[in-house]
Design a protein around this ligand. Structure first.
Ligand code: AMP
Length: 284
C-alpha cells in the first residue's frame, strides 16, 4: 500500500493505472475509519482491481459552528485498516494541497441539496460537491463508492456526476450498524455513555416506521407525526427533521409507494448531531 500526499502524483499514478487497463475503485472518507467505511473498501475490492481510499477532513463542508477542529483523527490506525482491507493507495492531501492560495472555484449543487441537511447546514453540500469533484479529477476512478448512511449526499454526488459529465459510476452501499442498531459514524465517539443509550432512539424510530408500513400505513405525514412523538419522548433528543420523501429526488410525498420512499432522520443527542435513514415500502 502506498501513501500519496500530492494531487499531481496521485493523478499521474491514476493515469498510468488506467493506461495499464486497471479498474480503479475509489472510497472518499474523512478518516477515523469504522466498519461502515471498510464495507465500502471491501465493495471496491470486490469490483475493481485497484482500490484507492482518500482520507481528508474537508474544511469547506463544515460551518464555523461545527466540529471541524475536534473531528476525530487516528491516521496510524486508519492506514492499518486500509492495508488490512486490501487498499492499494491512500491519498492523504493537506489543506494547502486541496485549497492552495488563490483557490476560488466551487461546485454549487441545486435543489437536491436545498432541503433537509441543506436547510440545517446551508453551505455543507457545496463543500461536499466541490471536494468530491476535485477528488474525482485527481483519482480518476471508474467506480466511486459512497454509503447510504449519507443518503442525501449520495443523491447530490450522483446528480453532480451526471450534470458535470464525470465519466464514472457511483455505487451506494448499505448502512453498517452497531450490533444494537446504531448506524456507525465517526461522530459516535462524541457520545457519553448515557447519550449512547439515548442515540438508539433513531434506530428504534426506524423500526417503528417499518412496523407501521408493514401494517399498511401508507400516509407519510402519519408516520412523521408518530415518529416525532416517539423521538420527542427521549429527553436527550432534539429533532432537526423527520421526513418521509421520494427516494429519487427527496421531494415531499403524501403516500408511500412501493420502492419509492425514504425515511430520513436528523436528531441531536446532546451536542452530537446524528443522521440515519431507511428505504420504506420496499417489496418484501
Ligand atoms: P465520512 O468519513 O463520514 O465522510 O464517510 C465516508 C463515506 O463512508 C461516505 O460515503 C459515508 O456515507 C460512508 N459511511 C459512513 N458511515 C457509514 C455506515 N455506517 N455505513 C456505510 N457507509 C458509511
Amino acid at each position: 500500500m502506498q501513501l500519496i500526499e500530492k494531487a499531481g502524483e496521485m493523478q499521474k499514478i491514476s493515469e498510468e493505472l488506467r493506461t495499464a487497463g486497471k479498474t480503479i475503485g475509489f472510497v472518499p472518507t474523512m478518516g477515523f475509519l469504522h466498519s461502515g467505511h471498510l464495507s465500502l473498501v471491501d465493495a471496491a475490492r470486490e469490483r475493481c482491481n485497484t482500490v484507492i481510499v482518500s482520507i481528508y477532513v474537508n474544511p469547506t463542508q463544515f460551518s464555523p459552528s461545527e466540529d471541524f477542529k475536534q473531528y476525530p483523527k487516528d491516521m496510524e490506525r486508519d492506514l492499518k485498516l486500509c492495508k488490512g482491507h486490501g487498499t492499494d493507495f491512500v491519498f492523504v492531501p493537506d489543506d494547502m494541497e486541496m485549497y492552495p492560495n488563490g483557490f476560488e472555484t466551487e461546485v454549487k449543487p441545486g435543489n437536491i441539496a436545498a432541503d433537509l441537511e441543506g436547510r440545517f447546514r446551508p453551505t455543507h453540500f457545496q463543500g461536499v460537491a466541490t471536494i468530491v469533484a476535485k477528488l474525482f479529477n485527481i483519482v480518476k476512478p471508474h467506480i466511486a463508492f459512497f454509503g447510504q448512511k449519507d443518503f442525501q449526499q449520495s443523491l447530490v454526488v450522483k446528480r453532480m456526476a451526471q450534470d458535470l459529465n464525470f465519466d464514472l459510476e457511483i455505487e451506494v452501499c448499505p448502512i453498517v450498524r452497531e450490533p444494537d442498531g446504531l448506524a456507525m459514524s465517526s461522530r459516535n465517539t462524541y457520545l457519553s455513555a448515557e447519550e449512547r443509550k439515548a442515540a438508539l432512539v433513531l434506530y428504534k424510530a426506524i423500526q417503528l416506521a417499518k412496523e407501521m408500513v408493514a401494517k399498511d400505513e401508507r400516509n407519510a405525514a402519519a408516520i412523521e407525526e408518530k415518529l416525532h412523538n416517539f423521538i420527542s419522548a427521549e429527553k436527550r433528543a432534539k429533532i432537526d427533521y423527520i421526513a418521509v420523501r421520494d427516494c429519487n429526488n427527496l421531494k415531499r410525498i403524501e403516500k408511500i409507494e412501493e420502492g419509492k420512499a425514504v425515511l430520513l432522520l436528523a436528531v441531536r443527542i446532546g451536542k452530537t448531531r446524528l443522521i440515519d435513514n431507511e428505504l420504506l415500502g420496499e417489496e418484501k
